[in-house]
Design a protein around this ligand. Structure first.
Ligand SMILES: *Cc1c(COP(=O)(O)O)cnc(C)c1O
Length: 364
């Protein structure tokens, strides 16, 4: 059994995928080929924003937006301690300070009340993460940002396709960014990412930043990066996007079956009524998590821990961030366990996972 089954996905789309890749090879327009613009247009429309700018990774998408806003030394960016490291890394890389607020006990997303209390004269950006495929409370966070004259930027690297009050993740605030890393809900065959915004000035800046700050060739107006999404990845994504809605439906069906059949003693994810999750992870919470993980592994069930160390405890950020306890995120880090989740998980496999889990937690 695989935690995420990319092989089966490829087998399912093989004909169209091989054709799309062969087309790029034949044209050999590996950089800035027409598929990149085509993908940007397609995904901007899907998200419901004017502008989409492809990047070489989710991390570079996050970094480029903060660069475009000139976030740097002396600035504070409020974010969540319960995320993948890249969220805080990009803030610290630019010399700004990541300010962590604890998360909501049910959703494990940023708690807006704590965010408002953490705003200082140095705060520039509120940067929520829509964790495990469920949008953060962007309604509340946007209004807090507006009230205090701040920018709100959704790290939607796990939540592309998710909805919040009927609107899509990445199009819910001033800007949103996603990742096309292979294991994400919409993944390519390498690294990739994209920024979404209605702000056309920001989009123009981002297009410059992703090409070393140039506007015309070899004339560099600002410092940027090599941040382009390459043509092959865009071609792969165009093929996968045609199946994306079906894949989301399948993920949601699997999540519902898991949820309805979880054994006692296991907490399933809490999805709020205003949200539609894409379940980038199906993450449960259990006591004695490490023992449960080992026992599942012995039963042939692969699992993962997202994430074992909250960001305010990461060695790389020591001395750069406040020494806080953040109890909700810290406890979650000890209890979370992600079960296999991908659109091709069969009912037999789901039952096998649930049976193994029931045996393991009964003995707890
Ligand atoms: C995956 C992820 C990233 C980084 O994306 P890459 O494409 O791997 O650079 C950033 N933030 C979150 C929340 C992620 O899950």
């Amino acid at each position: 059994m695989r935690f995420i089954d990319l092989q089966t996905q490829y087998e399912n789309y093989k004909g169209e995928m091989d054709r799309a890749i062969a087309e790029v090879l034949a044209s050999s327009q590996f950089i800035n080929g027409p598929q990149v613009g085509q993908l940007e247009t397609t995904l901007a429309r899907y998200v419901g924003v004017r502008e989409a700018v492809g990047f070489s990774s989710g991390t570079n998408s996050l970094l480029a937006v903060l660069m475009a806003w000139s976030v740097g030394p002396g600035d504070e960016v409020i974010t969540t301690p319960f995320s993948f490291f890249a969220t805080a890394e990009v803030i610290a890389l630019l010399g700004a300070k990541p300010v962590f607020c604890d998360v909501d006990e049910n959703t494990l997303n940023l708690d807006p009340q704590l965010v408002e209390a953490a705003i200082t004269g140095k705060t520039r950006v509120i940067m929520p993460v829509s964790i495990f495929g469920q949008c953060a409370n962007l309604t509340a966070l946007n209004s807090i940002a507006k009230k205090h004259g701040l920018l709100c930027f959704e790290d939607g690297c796990q939540s592309f396709g998710a909805t919040h009050h009927g609107r899509r993740s990445c199009g819910l605030s001033h800007a949103g960014a996603t990742s096309f890393f292979p294991a994400k809900p919409l993944g390519c065959y390498g690294d990739g990412g994209m920024v979404f915004t209605d702000d056309q000035d920001l989009a123009q800046l981002l297009r410059s930043i992703r090409e070393h700050g140039q506007k015309v060739r070899y004339r560099h107006a600002r410092l940027g990066m090599n941040g382009r999404l390459d043509t092959l990845q865009a071609a792969v994504l165009l093929v996968k996007f045609a199946h994306f809605e079906n894949e989301i439906a399948s993920r949601q069906q699997i999540a519902r079956y898991y949820q309805d059949n979880l054994p006692a003693g296991v907490r399933g994810p809490v999805i709020l009524p205003e949200n539609g999750s894409v379940f980038s992870q199906f993450t449960i919470r259990v006591a004695e998590r490490d023992r449960v993980q080992t026992a599942l592994q012995q039963a042939g069930i692969p699992t993962a821990i997202h994430y074992p160390i909250p960001l305010h405890r990461q060695p790389a950020l020591e001395g750069l961030v406040d020494d806080q306890s953040l109890p909700v995120a810290s406890r979650a880090a000890e209890e979370v366990l992600s079960l296999p989740m991908h659109p091709f998980l069969t009912r037999e496999q789901q039952d096998q996972i649930l049976d193994a889990l029931a045996k393991v937690v009964v003995r707890a």
